[in-house]
Design a protein around this ligand. Sequence first.
Ligand SMILES: O=C(O)c1ccccc1NCC(=O)[C@H](O)[C@H](O)COP(=O)(O)O
Length: 212
Amino acid sequence: MMVKIKICGLKRLEDIDYANALKIDYAGFVFAESKRKVDLPLAKKLVYRLDNRIKKVGVFVNEKREVIEKVVGELGLDVIQFHGDESPEDVVGYNVEVWKALRVKDAQCLEEIKNYPVDCILLDSPHVVQCNAPYPDYTQYGGTGRSFDWTILKSVYIRLPIILAGGLNPDNVVMAIEQVRPYAVDVSSGVETDGNKDFDKMKKFVERVRNL
Ligand SMILES: O=C(O)c1ccccc1NCC(=O)[C@H](O)[C@H](O)COP(=O)(O)O
């Protein structure tokens, strides 16, 4: 089966045009503290422009249930991606598909997954809190551009479909897929130039995955 593609952190109208042209499977919108954060009015414009065959994923970090429900309802999101420290109880009771991100430090931390009643598990790099920053650097919850040691996954059986994230780019995505055999790949930094999505990098990424 063809590996699905999610591109995360879309924040400009042209990013949506790129996503539509490349017919990606999932478009990710970040509703958490990040340089890629979108607010509801902007997200509405982006979603309105998005090809309705592309699934809309909302990324949240430790967000209140009522906020998530409002965003899901107003945008018609297809998927909630929990990317913070949410517990298994926090992620239940929504009427759309739910993904939980886990930051992979070691094989032991993958045990946590077994407790989550979700549709997919997204494996990302461990975050590094910037200790010398004057305030906590929440962007480090995701979108770090760093990859983790994929060999950790070899020793663990994961029942859920895996979305592989963290430091993927057009040059390493084929190797990543061959090693991990995920249901989908997720990229943000690796298809950006100077903080914005770059059509040529997105195209290269998509072509390399689709040509497998
Ligand atoms: O992308 C962000 O800025 C972000 C901020 C806070 C929480 C999650 C975030 N992104 C979630 C994603 O799904 C990213 O695509 C994933 O972390 C991979 O990012 P990258 O390593 O930059 O490809």
